[in-house]
Ligand binder design. Sequence first.
Ligand SMILES: Nc1ncnc2c1ncn2[C@@H]1O[C@H](COP(=O)(O)OP(=O)(O)OP(=O)(O)O)[C@@H](O)[C@H]1O
Ligand SMILES: [Mg+2]
Length: 306
Amino acid sequence: MVKFVNVSQSYGSFKALHDLNFEIKKGSLLALLGPNGAGKSTTLNIMTGFRPPLEGEVFINDINIFENPEEAKSCIGYLAEIPPLYPELTVIEYLIFIAEMRGMSHEASISRSKEVLKLLNLLEREEALIKNLSKGLKQRVGIAQSILHYPKLLVLDEPTVGLEPSQLIEFRQVIRHLAKETGMTVVISTHIMSEAAELCDEVIIISEGKKIFEGSKDFLLTNNDKQEFSYELIVVRPSQELLTHLTNIQDILNVVENNNIITLTTNKDISEIIVEETIKFGAGVKSITPTVNSLEKVFLDLTIKK
Ligand SMILES: Nc1ncnc2c1ncn2[C@@H]1O[C@H](COP(=O)(O)OP(=O)(O)OP(=O)(O)O)[C@@H](O)[C@H]1O
Ligand SMILES: [Mg+2]
C-alpha cells in the first residue's frame, strides 16, 4: 500500500529524514513509532503528498505520489496532529460540507456522511455542535471527515494525544472496527510504545530521522530475550532495611527509591510478592503500577542515544 524508496528530507541545513526505506502491506494496522522530534510528522507529510521529499520516491498503491498526486491522494485519508474542525458547525453539517468539497453531490454527501457516522458510532451526535464535543468525540469527527471519500489508506498523526484512558479505549475499538469493516490500511504515529502495542500489528520505529526497526510487533517482542518488568511502588515510610531486603529478593534486578517512590525492575511479574514483603517491613503501600512493559523497554533500548 505504501512504499518509501531512499527518502530524505531537510529543513534548511538540518537533516530530518535519512534515506528511509520501508513498505506497508495492504490491510495492515501499523504504528509509526518514535520519540518526539524523530521525524514522524515529516514522514507522514511526505506519505500523504503534503510535502515533496528532498530525495527519494513514494508510492501509494503503486502510484508515484509526486508524479500523479491527484490519483494517489484519492486513496488517502489523512488526519493531521490538529484536526481541522469547524467548531460552529454541527457534526452532520461539517461532514456534508467536507463531502461536497470533495466533489460529491449534495444527496451523495448526506448519505455518505450518515454512513460514516454510523461506522464511527457517532449517529447520536450528528446534531451536536462540534465545539460542544469532548476531545475524544472531536477526534472521531476528525476521522469521520478523513474517510468520506472511501480511502484505502488512513493516516493518523498522533491521534491519541490528550485523550483520557476511557477515550483511549474507545479510540482503539473504533479504529479496530473501522479497519475490519473497511479493510483499510491504517497508519498511526505515536511516541507511546504501549499504544502501538495495544493497537497495531506492524511497527516501524524511527529515531533521529532513521529507521531502526521494521516488522511485526510479535517479532519485536519475541526477539527481546531480556524480558523485564518494571513497577512504580508508592510507599509510606520506606526504610533502608526495606530497600536492602527488596534488593536481595530473587527476581528483583534493581531497586531505586526517591521521595517515597520505589522503582523496581524484575524479570518476572511478582507484584504480589513485592507488596507482601514491603508491608512486612512496616512500610505502607499506597499503590503499585507497572511502569514499563517489555515492549517499551525494547523501544527505549533502540531509541536512547548511546
Ligand atoms: N518546518 C520545520 N522547520 C525546521 N525544522 C523542522 C520543521 N519541521 C520539523 N522540524 C524538525 O525536524 C525534526 C522532525 O520533526 P517532526 O515534526 O517530523 O518530528 P515528530 O516525530 O513528528 O515529533 P513530535 O513527536 O514532536 O510530533 C525535529 O527535530 C523538528 O524540530
Ligand atoms: Mg509530530
